[in-house]
Ligand binder design. Structure first.
Ligand SMILES: *[C@@H]1O[C@H](CO)[C@@H](O)[C@H](O)[C@H]1NC(C)=O
Ligand SMILES: *[C@@H]1O[C@H](CO)[C@@H](O)[C@H](O)[C@H]1NC(C)=O
Ligand SMILES: *[C@@H]1O[C@H](CO)[C@@H](O)[C@H](O)[C@H]1NC(C)=O
Ligand SMILES: *[C@@H]1O[C@H](CO)[C@@H](O)[C@H](O)[C@H]1NC(C)=O
Ligand SMILES: *[C@@H]1O[C@H](CO)[C@@H](O)[C@H](O)[C@H]1NC(C)=O
Ligand SMILES: *[C@@H]1O[C@H](CO)[C@@H](O)[C@H](O)[C@H]1NC(C)=O
Ligand SMILES: *[C@@H]1O[C@H](CO)[C@@H](O)[C@H](O)[C@H]1NC(C)=O
Ligand SMILES: *[C@@H]1O[C@H](CO)[C@@H](O)[C@H](O)[C@H]1NC(C)=O
Ligand SMILES: *[C@@H]1O[C@H](CO)[C@@H](O)[C@H](O)[C@H]1NC(C)=O
Ligand SMILES: *[C@@H]1O[C@H](CO)[C@@H](O)[C@H](O)[C@H]1NC(C)=O
Ligand SMILES: *[C@@H]1O[C@H](CO)[C@@H](O)[C@H](O)[C@H]1NC(C)=O
Ligand SMILES: CC(=O)N[C@H]1CO[C@H](CO)[C@@H](O)[C@@H]1O
Length: 709
């Protein structure tokens, strides 16, 4: 008897096939095309491990729940939920569970198990039993690259009264592995080469990439005196950052909370190495951080850190760690190394860089979380495990809920809204919401190409200009940044001849033509409306500083993951449709180039240019919102340390507090975020889509967050 997966999770209880129920059936799912990677073979035989994803409830209220515990004026501020409370709040209704269970029992199924996260019913069935239940035929499909066999059907049916209670059934129409080329084992030769890393992804469909590729050889040696603040307009050292944001040195003997390690995401072959850290510590924090201080690695689905490769650290990982350690030390840092090396090195990457597999690993319920007609990871977009690639494939099952999330997670990676299916983005955004309910702060780099993506000539995947629409002039906001449940960090810069000692605000929006046109990512979503916590700030911005270029007012329709346009398997943004929607009255008949009704980005900002780093044994200056993000994340982690020592909880989702009390940030009022040949938006008084509300003022932020329950 053939067992397609290891039985054991759920008891093996096989009943005799029973006569099909006489209720009327409706088509529930149908596969429209077959990936060429899979070859259809004989009829399936044996035992199938069946799982039924149940429709979840209360997602409409999820936003209100998060606001209720994140707004400073709410009596429930800081009352974060446990993961069990989140599961219970969104669990399928009793009616759903009973209705589906009754149907299964009436069809002769026994041994039905309800999963711990409540989202699934599971049982084992013989092939004839499953075929009779779902009015379908199961075949075996062989993966031509790995020889793996999966049972699947082309379509299946369920009784009409069941349809609204289930999302999908496995095995079903899905063939798991993404279509792609067989990997060759020489990809690792690119490891550790910054230029190579960027080049690797030029042909990508939707790949996110790191936000920190602007590395250059500095024009001067590291300052002889690590405390010297007179050089901060040329080189940003840890002392400059402390001076800019009034961050006091840490108390090295203060007891630390072991649950408060700062989380940092890495993928895309970004490994840290000890020797680079030691060079950095000995040059810039000699009396603070001893050599051999290093982060804890949490390796997800075969991710790893090749920490023993002396002087081979990645630009992104070294920047993230070197900028965050001086702020949080002696507190620890935890690096999430996400996805196996095969996926990290895949030349024709078609997946969206590990955010979903990170979320799966820190919240097991996300693995089966259904929303917008999608459940679990999306074939062709996310890595699939087991990955039977002989080249560094992780051959275990997808890791679900194996790690606790850290209180703060800093992510200096991302892509563009326009390149990722809308339903996929929305489901992922709800997961950020659910982790926010549990008190986790997600910080994302707002992007490094101003109002657009990089032009094709610099590796962008959105055409010649990096902007959208038939003329390539429509602004191109970043993903997942526009999700309203994360905190976006834009980039600032101390321009030459400004002083961190004598000026109240020495910083302007970062805009550095010498670094490939890097400028602080910002703009307005085409998918999400302005969230309530941001509405007043955005309205004030438009009232007082309306940008002098045309706009439109439209949001992408809710697609529920269903394919519409021809040829595209999942709905992407249709800019032409949005642009020809409601136009601004000041447009004089021209088509708009940005959306006036979308969620604005970034929320806050921090320094992101001319950052002193050691990478591959060399002293270099780096930049990007990649640097800004771990600075802001580290500041929140310091604040959490103080709150935890008073018996309070972590700050969690901070946007509602910061928008309600913007005076705890240093407003940035100078500079623009040019991109795709456009001058971009301007930094102005108050919130703006260039630097957000401003940079941290540590003592004020600390006082505010300590005053909250
Ligand atoms: C280093 O610079 C700081 C700040 O300017 C100053 O207080 C200190 O005396 C300097 N140390 C040395 C050894 O020059
Ligand atoms: C550092 O923390 C220790 C232990 O809590 C405390 O006794 C000491 O006063 C602190 N030092 C400073 C400078 O705050
Ligand atoms: C930091 O990590 C080290 C090494 O893993 C561990 O020994 C130490 O207890 C950790 N410190 C805290 C405060 O968790
Ligand atoms: C720390 O490591 C760096 C780099 O290897 C080295 O130059 C420095 O001398 C070391 N410092 C100490 C105190 O060992
Ligand atoms: C470095 O670590 C990797 C992975 O842990 C291992 O395969 C390799 O042999 C190590 N190399 C050296 C030089 O120790
Ligand atoms: C990657 O995709 C490009 C364009 O689709 C194709 O020309 C190239 O052969 C692919 N690379 C590999 C290694 O298959
Ligand atoms: C999975 O990987 C382990 C260790 O690399 C290996 O021993 C095992 O044979 C692999 N299993 C499969 C099914 O490839
Ligand atoms: C529309 O025309 C008016 C009057 O000529 C001008 O002031 C305004 O800037 C124009 N608006 C746009 C978006 O071009
Ligand atoms: C989900 O997508 C399938 C096709 O993939 C479609 O038949 C079905 O109607 C969609 N369900 C909803 C609720 O949109
Ligand atoms: C995008 O929208 C335009 C205008 O509504 C329409 O003509 C076009 O067919 C749409 N494209 C796709 C791929 O759906
Ligand atoms: C404003 O920003 C520009 C660069 O865009 C910079 O040269 C100038 O010094 C800044 N002015 C002030 C007052 O900060
Ligand atoms: C267009 C469409 O079908 N929208 C639906 C998507 O799914 C949500 C709930 O899952 C419905 O409320 C929408 O009506």
């Amino acid at each position: 008897m053939r067992l397609y997966f290891a039985a054991g999770l759920f008891g093996l209880a096989v009943a005799e096939p029973s006569a099909p129920a006489s209720t009327s059936r409706v088509l529930h799912e149908k596969r429209h095309s077959q990936p060429s990677r899979w070859i259809k073979q004989d009829r399936a035989q044996g035992i199938l491990p069946m799982r039924i994803g149940l429709t979840q409830t209360n997602l409409d209220n999820a936003h209100n729940h998060l606001m209720d515990l994140s707004h400073p004026d709410s009596p429930n501020y800081g009352k974060h939920w446990t993961s069990q409370q989140v599961i219970d709040a969104f669990r399928p209704s009793d009616d759903t569970v009973q209705t589906v269970q009754q149907w299964l029992e009436d069809s002769g199924i026994t041994g039905i198990t309800h999963s711990d996260n409540k989202a699934w019913l599971a049982f084992h069935a013989t092939v004839p039993q499953a075929e009779s239940l779902l009015h379908t035929e199961y075949f075996e499909y062989e993966d031509v690259h790995t020889g793996g066999i999966l049972p699947a059907c082309e379509q299946y049916h369920v009784p009409q009264h069941i349809q609204n209670h289930i999302d999908y059934i496995t095995p079903g129409i899905k063939l798991l592995s993404p279509e792609g080329v067989a990997p060759t084992p020489n990809h690792l030769t690119k490891r550790g080469n910054a230029e190579g890393e960027i080049g690797l992804h030029k042909t990508t469909k939707a790949a996110a990439r790191t936000r920190g590729p602007h590395v250059r050889i500095p024009t001067r040696a590291p300052p002889a005196n690590a405390s010297d603040l007179s050089i901060c307009d040329q080189i940003i050292t840890p002392a400059c950052i402390a001076a800019l944001y009034n961050i006091p040195s840490t108390n090295l003997t203060h007891p630390l909370n072991p649950s408060n390690s700062l989380g940092i995401f890495e993928s895309e072959l970004q490994f840290w190495d000890q020797e680079d850290l030691n060079l950095f510590f000995s040059n810039f924090t000699p009396s603070q951080i001893p050599n051999n201080t290093h982060p804890t690695s949490l390796n997800i689905n075969g991710g790893r850190a090749f920490t023993n490769y002396t002087n081979e650290g990645g630009v992104e990982s070294m920047l993230d760690l070197e900028i965050a350690y001086p702020i949080v030390y002696p507190q620890n840092i935890t690096v999430y190394n996400v996805d196996d090396i095969h996926y990290q090195t895949w030349p024709n990457n078609t997946y969206t860089w590990g955010f979903n597999t990170l979320l799966d690993a820190i919240d097991g319920s996300y693995c089966s979380f259904a929303a917008y007609n999608e459940t679990g990871n999306l074939a062709d977009w996310d890595p699939t495990y087991p990955d039977l690639s002989p080249f560094q494939g992780y051959n275990g099952t997808l890791q679900c809920g194996i790690f606790e999330p850290t209180n703060v997670i800093s992510i200096s990676y991302g892509g563009q809204e326009a390149d990722v299916p809308v339903a996929y983005q929305k489901r992922q955004c709800l997961e950020f919401l659910k982790l926010g309910l549990q008190g986790v702060s997600f910080l994302f780099a707002s992007g490094d190409a101003g109002v657009g993506n990089y032009p094709a000539s610099q590796g962008g995947i959105d055409g010649e200009t990096g902007c959208l629409g038939p003329k390539g002039d429509v602004f191109n906001p970043t993903w997942p940044n526009t999700c309203p449940y994360i905190t976006n960090v834009g980039g600032t810069k101390v321009y030459p001849n400004h002083s961190v000692i004598n000026e109240a605000q020495p910083e302007s929006a970062a805009n550095d033509p010498a670094a490939g046109g890097y400028s602080s990512g910002g703009g307005f979503s085409n998918i999400y409306p302005v969230p309530d916590y941001q509405a007043a700030a955005v309205a004030t911005y438009f009232a007082n500083f309306s940008p002098p270029f045309p706009y439109y007012c439209a949001l992408a329709p809710d697609t529920n993951g269903t394919a519409t346009g021809s040829g595209t398997p999942y709905d992407l943004l249709n800019i032409t449709a949005l642009q020809s929607g409601s136009q601004g009255k000041e447009n004089n008949g021209t088509l708009g180039v940005y959306n006036r009704v979308g969620r604005g980005v970034p929320d806050v900002s921090a320094n992101g240019d001319e950052i002193a780093t050691f990478v591959k044994g060399k002293y270099v200056v780096s930049g990007g919102t990649s640097a800004s993000t771990p600075i802001f994340a580290a500041v929140l982690n310091r604040i959490n340390e103080e709150r935890l020592s008073l018996g309070k909880g972590a700050v969690g989702f901070v946007n509602p507090v910061l928008y309600a009390r913007p005076e705890v940030l240093n407003d940035v009022v100078n500079g623009t975020n040019m991109g795709c040949g456009h001058e971009g938006f301007s930094a102005v008084k108050g919130w703006d889509p260039v630097t957000g509300l401003g940079t941290p003022n540590y003592p004020k932020m600390l006082e505010l967050f300590l005053s909250l329950p």
